[in-house]
Design a protein around this ligand. Structure first.
Ligand code: EPU
Length: 431
């Protein structure tokens, strides 16, 4: 296993290029299953979630060929299998997109229950299932989710989502792209990756209107053809580097971003006293003096993203005064707080609210990454803390951050990844 060792307390300086968006890539790769032809997808992030999804497509019979490190050609023309085996599917949450994509293309799907980051609470998919059912599919949930379009092909329908769900919105869009007739998704999610998936599908011949608003109309077409598409930059990766500068100090230039996607994060950091200057596709982020307190409430886009909640909380733990963080999307996303308090943070969690009393400094410690963003928060905290920190379970972090070690080192951070033996595992093996 790998762990990160961080010598903290060094300000960050330099430039960093932001990779393609994880949460767009993990939907667009399965969406290639809908395409009868070769999709060339550019700006793919090199992260383990992407590697696993590409392996799943290959197992299903797709041709997958990397043209360079970021561009891949996927040919799903000869895919015939609709059964996705458990060993790979359970490794990531986004495997649920295979259900919508396979249902859309073949009218059937058999996908083992998706795994992925567990925040300690339930991650239901009832809204996905409700959408598929409205479109004429019969869905059985067990170890596998088995879905079948009663008439062989999905049928357009009106779907009103009871909660704003990114996953359900994208999954229903995929199931609807090749459906007979038109689908309307109301109370749809509006995240940049929703628009990205719609743009990808439209560039392959789909007819989707309204993505980015709360009503999406999908006019079913008979076939999608091959084409080329470039994935948007990762809003959360960029936001994580911004939070790192806020917490550890310094000034960095983020390259290859869409500043508009960053507004919800930029506004909060500016409120905390961080200087953020945007140009065409860059952001200059600089901390000047002590951070100021702020309240944060996470909400669906364009609200403050839940996937930035742990990282901004680390920065707030070093701000002057008391901040209130409210998690408005997930029931339980504060498991990392215990780790952070061991580094000296003063945070009290009550339900979905965290009261953060700013402290003057954090101290290095050995901490765990409980999930992807909790892990990113541990990196941010370790960079800001004085002394040495060790971060365990970094496989979670590598699911979503491309070359985080290389990028941080290029900003002057002292961070390295070393192999270690899981003592518990060794004990069990010896025992
Ligand atoms: N929900 C339901 N029923 C559903 C689906 C969702 O009640 O059928 C609830 C959830 O329990 C949650 C809320 O709706 O309270 C929002 O969930 P959503 O469906 O939007 O989340 P998701 O699609 O499962 C994606 C990202 C998450 C990110 C959320 C919210 C992927 C693979 N995952 O999850 O990203 O937190 O949207 O923006 O795109 C991450 O990248 O670290 C991550 C966890």
């Amino acid at each position: 296993m790998q762990k990160y060792i961080v010598q903290g307390g060094r300000a960050l300086h330099g430039e960093v290029r932001i990779s393609g968006a994880k949460n767009a890539a993990v939907a667009i790769i399965p969406a290639a299953l809908l395409v009868d032809g070769v999709c060339r997808i550019e700006n793919i992030p090199q992260i383990s979630d992407v590697t696993v999804l590409l392996k799943i497509l290959e197992r299903l019979g797709a041709g997958v060929r990397f043209l360079n490190t970021t561009d891949v050609e996927i040919d799903c023309t000869h895919v015939r299998t609709t059964h996705v085996p458990q060993d790979l599917a359970h490794r990531l949450r986004a495997s649920y997109y295979l259900i919508g994509a396979l249902l859309g293309r073949f009218g059937e799907a058999e996908v083992s229950m998706p795994g992925g980051c567990n925040f300690g609470g339930v991650r239901p998919i009832d809204q996905h299932v409700k959408g598929f059912a409205a479109m004429g599919a019969e869905v059985r949930e067990g170890d596998y989710i088995v879905a079948r379009a009663r008439e062989g092909r999905m049928k357009g329908a009106n779907v009103y989502l009871d909660v704003v769900s990114v996953g359900a919105t994208m999954n229903i869009m995929m199931a609807a792209a090749l459906a007979e007739g038109n689908t309307v998704i109301e109370n749809a999610a509006k995240e940049p990756h929703i628009v990205d998936l719609a743009n990808f599908l439209n560039s392959m011949g789909a007819n989707i209107k309204g993505a980015g608003t709360d009503t999406i109309r999908v006019f079913g077409v008979d076939r999608l053809h091959g084409g080329t598409y470039a994935i948007i930059p990762d809003q959360i990766e960029a936001g994580t580097y911004m939070a790192a500068v806020a917490a550890a100090g310094g000034g960095i230039l983020l390259r290859g971003i869409i500043p508009k996607h960053m507004d919800c994060i930029t506004a909060k950091l500016q409120e905390m006293g961080v200087e953020v200057i945007e140009e065409d596709d860059t952001l200059l982020v600089r901390r000047r003096g002590r951070l100021m307190r702020a309240n944060v409430k996470t909400l669906p886009y364009p609200g403050f993203p839940t996937d930035m909640q742990p990282q901004i909380t680390v920065a707030l733990s070093l701000a002057e005064g008391t901040s209130i963080v409210t998690e408005g999307v997930w029931d339980n996303r504060y498991r990392y707080v215990g780790e952070l308090t061991r580094m000296g943070a003063q945070i009290h969690v009550e339900g979905r609210t965290a009261v953060v009393e700013g402290v003057s400094h954090l101290t290095g410690a050995t901490v765990q990454a409980f999930d992807l963003r909790a892990g990113a928060a541990m990196v941010v905290a370790a960079l800001a803390a004085s002394g040495t920190s060790e971060i365990l379970n970094v496989q979670y972090i590598e699911r979503g951050y491309e070359d985080i070690i290389g990028k941080l080192r290029s900003l002057g951070a002292e961070i390295r990844s070393v192999e270690y033996e899981d003592e518990e595992l060794v004990r069990r093996q010896i025992g």
